[in-house]
Design a protein around this ligand. Structure first.
Ligand code: FRU
Length: 512
């Protein structure tokens, strides 16, 4: 996405800003905009305009905050600001006004965009910016375009003493500057054993994650660097570092470093990868430096995922949200008046397997509260907002699975090929695909049956399909744009007969 930064911003931005100040920002949910044909009904999307990365995921007093990269003035990437929404159950969202934005300087034409970053709760007022124990501090990349000098990226602070509703800029920004053009996406968390803040950020073009420490969120010191490993086929962005429990080793925890970069099928697309290892307070050391890259999601539309800060210890979950889109065609998605959505919040853990520790992802359990009565007749499953639980008896046919969002000529296929041992998601005939030559694709990943069965947990939400395979050991998240208002679901098998057991529920909308 580096090319996006070469767009001249200067004078145009100045004129743009004057007009923008006049325009009222449309941020409050208007239910009529939630009925557009592609609009997800239980995934987060903004009422209007462009979004990309989730930012500043933080829990405070019963509210999960979602800040996100947002263009308040259009449906394509630009004028990046932090949009804002909150939820109590990670499903029903309340839209709030834009949290952090900046206008180009009226005299110089210099402009700053608010790029991705984190929010933390500074309970002990380590920063000196707080008036209460609920004080929220945002650490974000300030992307400055200075007239005549080009761009520079550094890290800045803003703070809120009213649960994220209003924000002030720290007066002495930036707090971290390395005079680099690309230096971004700070993820900050509290490291309890040493009573300090730790920041992970990337130098994208060097494929490097840097770890910094601070006692006050203001002065930062470089501790270590991580890189030259895994997939370096595309620039690195949006790192995160967190500790996860190992499901099948009681009491054991390991550290995970995840980041965004290239897609498992190559650098034409973006995707996310992760490393498992140990963090000793100073450096992250991967368990196995030689192993092939591990990817977070195998679909084409899961990017820039980060995890929540400040989830209470008694809850203990690590919850990730990712952006449902891909930079290769991001600005072209055939939706209006919005563009971009967030994947379902996922609960993360690890599972020890032969080849090492594997990331396990499950949808937050609150999603089952949206279920309507179970559809018991397999031949009558229809709808575009559905949850499916499927078991495929793998070896009895060459290929078996399910066709979803099926209309006369359109379908999205999720199938298992027993010969190649690959699960695949085929959106080549899913509906509107022509807006980008590479959109109509088939994604594949190796999966082994467990006791002869491949288990799928699938969420279909109008233009989003999310698949959790074998209790979360593999996931696929993809956009699809069927042109029809109604669609059905059908199981199938080829060259043999596999039993495909299916349970199905229509899901309620969270926007009505
Ligand atoms: C990732 C990203 C980040 C950057 C933001 C800008 O999608 O490119 O690296 O901070 O988007 O919108």
């Amino acid at each position: 996405m580096q090319f996006r930064f070469t767009i001249p911003f200067g004078l145009i931005a100045l004129l743009f800003a004057c007009a923008a100040k006049e325009k009222k920002q449309d941020t409050i949910a208007d239910s009529s905009v939630y009925t557009e044909i592609h609009r997800p009904q239980f995934h987060f999307s903004p009422p209007t305009n462009w979004i990309n990365d989730p930012n500043g995921l933080v829990y405070l007093d019963g509210e999960y905050h979602l800040f996100y990269q947002y263009n308040p003035y259009g449906t394509t990437w630009g004028h990046m600001s932090w949009g804002h929404a909150v939820t109590k159950d990670l499903l029903h969202w309340e839209h709030l006004p834009v949290a952090i934005t900046e206008y180009p300087d009226a005299l110089t034409g210099d402009s700053t965009m608010i790029f991705s970053g984190t929010a933390v709760i500074d309970k002990n007022n380590t920063s000196g910016l707080c008036e209460s124990k609920d004080c929220m501090v945002a650490i974000y990349t300030s992307h400055v375009h200075a007239m005549g000098e080009g761009k520079v990226q550094h890290q800045s602070l803003a703070y809120s003493n009213d649960r994220g509703r209003t924000w002030k800029r720290y007066g002495k920004n930036p707090v971290l500057d390395s005079k680099r053009k690309d230096f971004r996406d700070p993820k900050v968390f509290w490291y309890e054993p040493e009573q300090k803040w730790v920041m992970a950020l990337v130098i994208p073009d060097l494929y490097k994650v840097q770890l910094y420490q601070s006692k006050n969120l203001i002065e930062w010191k470089l501790m270590s660097e991580f890189g030259d490993m895994g997939d370096t086929l595309r620039i690195w962005e949006c790192p995160d570092l967190y500790q996860l429990p190992v499901d099948n080793e009681s009491g054991k925890k390991k550290w995970v470093l995840s980041l965004s970069g290239s897609h498992p099928q190559g650098p034409t697309f973006v995707g996310m990868q992760y490393f498992v290892g140990e963090f000793d307070g100073t450096r992250f050391i991967a368990d196995d430096t030689k192993q092939p890259p591990r990817y977070v999601d195998h679909g084409k539309d899961f990017y820039a995922g980060i995890v929540y800060n400040n989830i209470p210890e008694e809850d203990g979950r690590t919850i990730m949200i990712g952006w449902v889109n891909n930079w290769t065609y991001g600005n072209l998605l055939p939706t209006a008046p919005w563009r971009g959505a967030m994947a379902l919040p996922r609960v993360l853990s690890l599972r020890k397997q032969e080849e090492g520790y594997r990331l396990i992802q499950k949808p937050v359990s609150s999603i089952s509260s949206l279920r309507r009565t179970e559809i018991t007749d397999k031949n009558k499953i229809s709808g575009k907002a559905l949850e499916l639980e499927i078991e495929i008896q793998a070896a009895a046919s060459k290929e078996a699975g399910v066709k979803v969002l099926k209309t006369g000529t359109e379908e999205t296929i999720i199938g298992y090929n027993s010969e190649t041992r690959e699960l695949f998601l085929d959106r080549t005939h899913s509906g509107e695909t022509g807006f980008n030559k590479d959109f109509g694709s088939i994604e594949r990943a190796t999966v082994y049956p467990i006791n002869g069965i491949i288990k799928l947990h699938i969420f279909i939400d109008h233009s989003i399909v999310e698949v959790f395979v074998n209790d979360g050991e593999l996931t696929f998240c993809e956009s699809v744009f069927t042109t029809q208002k109604n669609a059905t679901v059908e199981t199938y098998s080829k060259e043999g007969t596999s039993e495909v057991r299916i349970k199905a529920w229509e899901l309620n909308s969270v926007w009505r």
